[in-house]
Design a protein around this ligand. Structure first.
Ligand code: NAP
Length: 283
């Protein structure tokens, strides 16, 4: 049984990005990311801090816009409009969730698709659907990067994704499909979930329930990717009962140290791609 080391793979991605950022600098092109956070959500604050740190380590310029909880929709839209037009900013990310009085859909739709490094804008979602895309939401992108790094073939495999969120489950299913996997996406109304999971060569758990995937739900020798992150009194755990499932599978990602570190690395990758596209640079 192999435990995939997300820290190691994310470090390799970051190194690759840092090198490209350096090369762009030599051509007089800088790479910049704007991160907007509204309100005081503690988890969001940690995510934003980590994103800023990653930018600094990779030579990407980061601008943080920390707005008060009572920011109006117009104020936020005005800021996004300004950043859409700001030449030194290549990527714009608005940390979710937003306070309830702000309309997430309107805010996401207002970000220029060319700067939408989270890939949440309907334009980019559509491009993922047809398999012609520059940006993919960072978590599924990170999972595909892990599978490639570990030489795990997707073509012809039975892939089961538990969860159909716009951020993880749906794009994950599409990416596996583009790699010629045979994909089933499950959700809370799925019948016979256990039987479906037992058929999976590659099982991705993005359920948002601690230790939801148990040993009796996985096939001997399967590849199991755990997207979940849960804080418990005993530390972090995922959507998979790692201790018992790991005894049965061939490859598994741990929590922490699995999918989590990949997400920020792929955000850096998307920001680099945005800068290249905006400066008509291939690659
Ligand atoms: P989400 O929006 O809450 O979606 C959860 C999905 O799981 C939904 O599609 C839901 O089905 C499905 N589900 C819930 N209970 C189920 C059940 N009993 N049987 C089958 N399906 C069930 O969550 P998310 O944003 O995709 O995130 C999922 C997990 O990943 C969370 O733990 C989150 O914290 C974590 N996460 C981690 C990262 C990372 O970087 N590692 C990034 C993003 C998210 P319905 O659609 O029918 O409700």
């Amino acid at each position: 049984m192999k435990i995939i080391d997300g820290k190691l793979i994310s470090a390799a991605v970051k190194e690759r990005v840092a090198k490209s950022v350096e090369q762009l600098k030599e051509q007089g092109v800088t790479v910049g990311l704007a991160v907007i956070i509204v309100g005081e959500d503690p988890a969001s604050k940690v995510y934003v801090k980590n994103k800023k740190k990653a930018c600094e380590a990779l030579g990407i310029i980061s601008e943080e816009y920390a707005l008060p909880e009572n920011t109006t929709q117009k104020e936020l839209l005005d800021l996004i409009h300004e950043l859409n037009n700001k030449k030194s900013i290549n990527g714009i990310l608005c940390q979710l969730p937003l306070p309830h009085h702000l309309d997430e859909k309107i805010i996401i739709n207002s970000i220029s698709p060319q700067k939408d490094v989270d890939a949440f804008h309907p334009y980019n979602v559509g491009r993922i659907m047809i398999g012609d895309y520059d940006f993919v939401p960072c978590t599924p992108a990170g999972i595909m990067e892990m599978l490639a790094y570990e030489n795990i073939e997707v073509e012809g495999k039975r892939c089961v994704v538990i969860g159909r969120s716009n951020i993880v489950g749906k794009p994950m299913g599409m990416l596996l499909l583009h790699k010629n996997g045979t994909v089933t996406v499950c959700h809370s109304k799925t019948k016979d979930l256990k039987d479906i999971c037992l058929q999976a060569d590659i099982l991705v758990a993005a359920v948002g329930r601690p230790k939801f995937v148990t040993q009796d739900m996985v096939r001997e020798g399967a590849v199991v990717i755990d997207v979940g992150i849960h804080r418990t009194p005993n530390g972090l755990c995922g959507d998979v009962d790692f201790e018992n499932v790991s005894k049965k599978v061939s490859v598994i990602t741990p929590v922490p140290g699995g999918v989590g570190p990949m997400t920020i690395a792929m955000l850096m990758q998307n920001t680099l791609t945005a800068a290249k596209r905006q400066n008509n640079i291939d690659g």
